[in-house]
Design a binder for this molecule. Sequence first.
Ligand code: R1P
Ligand code: URA
Length: 347
Amino acid sequence: MSLLLTGNSASLSEEELDEYSDGTVKLRNSNIELMDQDILYHLALGSESHDLQEMFGDVKFVCMGGTPKRMENFAHFIMNEIGYKLPAGTQLQDISAYSYRYSMYKVGPVLCVSHGMGTPSVSILMHEMIKLMYHAKCKDPVFIRIGTCGGIGVDGGTVIITEDALDGQLRNSHEFTILGKTIHRPAKLDKKLARELKSLASPDDPYDTIIGKTLCTNDFYEGQGRLDGAFCDFSENEKMDYLEKLRENGVVNIEMESTIFAALTHHAGIKAAVVCVALLNRLNGDQVNAPKEVMNEWQARPQILVSRYIRKVLTHNGQLKSLFGHQGSIKSPRRFKLVQQESQAHE
Ligand SMILES: O=P(O)(O)O[C@H]1O[C@H](CO)[C@@H](O)[C@H]1O
Ligand SMILES: O=c1cc[nH]c(=O)[nH]1
């Protein structure tokens, strides 16, 4: 059985899902199968207008991050890392350009997609990406968010792999309001994948890579206890008490997408991870004021880690050589810079 569809998300246990699993992505929504076509409106794709299996059937890694530019840079970077060659005379294209919402680049088995900021933006994208995986019959895709965050007690430039994603009340779940009712879905990420990513940090990396809990908020300013928003009704002491409480609870960073990302991938049975770089240590301040060049270099760090993982999996599957002709070379921060410069030259 390749597909298991149900309109009732509570009716399938994890064991039942596993039992029927052939690696393809299951939709917990029987309505989709009954529709003549499924328009993935925000991706500018559709199940009838496009041959989604032909276009995306080979996708193994879905990498997401907030900005279109970051994901375009990552597409160029990973293309070099896995030695993927575009057909002669062609360039990387933004597949979702005409949605004017998200950007999407495909580099062989790697999809690089921008998700915007915050839960609503990621949620819409996740629904459509999960349906894309279903229509394309992708097998065992892994979703990874490559992001930025505020660190708690860690220096700017530290790479943080999320162990558990917590909501504003430190619950390891995401709260949804559906038909006026509040429900929670577990915000579970794949712990084994998190450990594997951590193992790919090199002692030669000139920065730390750590695993810890991530707080996910609905706002960058008041929601993250900043004193520098347009409004602030709390004192600096109250802010510091809050950040210390987070630290006591094992929280090492704050961002704005991890719980919805974890909850929806987990609900779809998709393995997922979140890797962010800290742009500042929130115990020292609120303003993001590192120089642009420094921040660009920091933002490359999660991408380097994720590229090591992708290379490792493809090498293990014998795909790196057979699919792309050569092994590509390795993953140094310097290489990333060169690829970034090349990609900027293409603008
Ligand atoms: O850098 P990205 O991935 O966009 O994510 C972080 O940056 C944004 C805030 O500046 C939020 O979306 C937060 O989660
Ligand atoms: O402090 C920060 C930095 C980046 N992203 C966030 O959500 N918070």
